[in-house]
Design a protein around this ligand. Structure first.
Ligand SMILES: N[C@@H](CCC(=O)N[C@@H](CS)C(=O)NCC(=O)O)C(=O)O
Length: 227
């Protein structure tokens, strides 16, 4: 069976946003998999991958690290299963979208939820998370909490184009969900699993899309431990 190495927080919360891209991609392809929890600060558990980040996917003798490379691997290896990209053009556009989400949406969300994540990581990861995160944020976690209202406004600005897009189409990929949806959804699932803040109002087109995503694969992403 395929094995997915991913982060585990308190109460068995699976909070790696990049792993959520892979989780959804595996379900999209109809592939069974087991998940192997690792701690953020325990790099020995994933040493075999040659890197220091999750997700790592192991499929028999093949080891792939990095969510984008995993998506490409699954698409190439499981050609007969439903497509994640829909051809070369879809793959190119999805990769560009992946980069934009990582550079624009992920940092904007992080500024909103960093302090909440810290409260829910594995206790043995708390110090490591605080040290690395405060370098990324260039402020303490306490300061980030105090500046949260501004961060929520900035996140709203970043997400505006997506709200417009969902007024015109039901999924990022069009009529049916595909990898582009899982890229954006992973950011909201990260927040859902690790932060009690409600970031989307019920009338927000993004909220309606997120509900559709949570319904996919028999409520796969809905039925996990959350904040
Ligand atoms: N580009 C990578 C990013 C992976 C990544 O940054 N993963 C985080 C967890 S969500 C991680 O493993 N960080 C390790 C660390 O901070 O030491 C991907 O898409 O897989």
């Amino acid at each position: 069976m395929i094995a997915l190495y991913e982060l585990k927080g308190k109460g068995d919360r699976r909070y790696s946003l990049f792993s959520w891209r892979t989780r959804m991609a595996l379900r999209h392809k109809g592939l069974d998999f087991e998940t192997l929890p690792v701690r953020l600060s325990d790099k020995t558990a994933i040493e075999f991958s040659g890197g220091k980040t999750v997700p790592v996917l192991k499929d028999k003798d093949t080891v792939v690290r990095d969510s984008w490379k995993i998506a490409e691997y699954l698409e190439n290896r499981y050609k007969d299963a439903p497509p994640l990209f829909g051809g070369d053009i879809g793959r190119g556009v999805s990769q560009a979208f992946n980069t934009w989400v990582d550079r624009a949406v992920v940092p904007a969300m992080l500024q909103v939820i960093a302090a909440d994540i810290h409260e829910r990581v594995d206790p043995q990861d708390e110090e490591y998370f605080k040290l690395t995160m405060e370098k990324v944020l260039r402020m303490t976690l306490e300061e980030s909490r105090a500046r949260r209202d501004d961060a929520v406004l900035r996140l709203g600005k970043v997400l505006e184009p997506m709200q417009e897009a969902f007024k015109r189409q039901v999924f990022m990929a069009g009529a049916k969900p595909a990898y582009a949806d899982y890229i954006l959804f992973s950011v909201f699932q990260w927040a859902r699993v690790m932060s009690p803040q409600e970031l989307l109002g019920p009338e927000d087109p993004l909220c309606r899309w997120r509900e559709r995503m949570l319904d996919l694969f028999d409520g796969f992403a809905r039925s996990v431990p959350t904040a």
